[in-house]
Design a protein. Sequence first.
Length: 241
Amino acid sequence: MQIMKQGTRVGGIHGFREIGIYDGPRIEENLLLQEITHRINNELASTIGFVALTARQSGNEEVKIAMAGVIQHINDFASVHRALQMPDDDHPVDASAYLRDLCRSISRARLQYRNIELLFREFPLKLGATRCWRMGMIVSELIANASRHAFRRDGGMIEVELSSRGALAQCTVTDDGSALENVRPGQGMKIVRALAGDLNGSIDHRFGPCGTIVTLSFPLFEPEPHSIDQSLSGFGCVDLR
């Protein structure tokens, strides 16, 4: 994956915007999510330990090499899962560093073996840990959507850009694939819309001949429960291999 500073926009685009509505904290759901995350982390660690033990017990060098590859792949997925773990508090975090680490983990776990390059366009930005986590969940799902629907066997490129415009943070996920705009939204996009609603933000989809652009816009700070300016825009990269 690469981190760069300049880029081009997709031309001839059209699309639609989905605006989420903030519906307040979900304390019980958050506690449940934290517990599920903790258990999954334990299961991944147990799986890695089991595969490592199997490799050590094998007398076949080819098996050991193959098992080492499996362990690395599981570790890559574990890194993604850790990066998407819900924070314990809402302290300020470096959103650019967070997304860089997340994109690097996603690239290694899901994209490199499919010859899909992931670019991250950096912009220094501080966010509350919870808002940053929700943004990361959205970015992860948008990358997954692009990798599933936009590319064939010859791979391609996905770009993630973080920026700000006035009082709004913006995160744009762009691909150079050929996904159709009439693809029926799945459960993942329902989650994206719900998370955007929690951020009191919006999701803007743009479809064009050179690919798809999806832009998340949301207030930099937790707003009061009232309407906010919904102005949009977005595009500026780290090699995450």
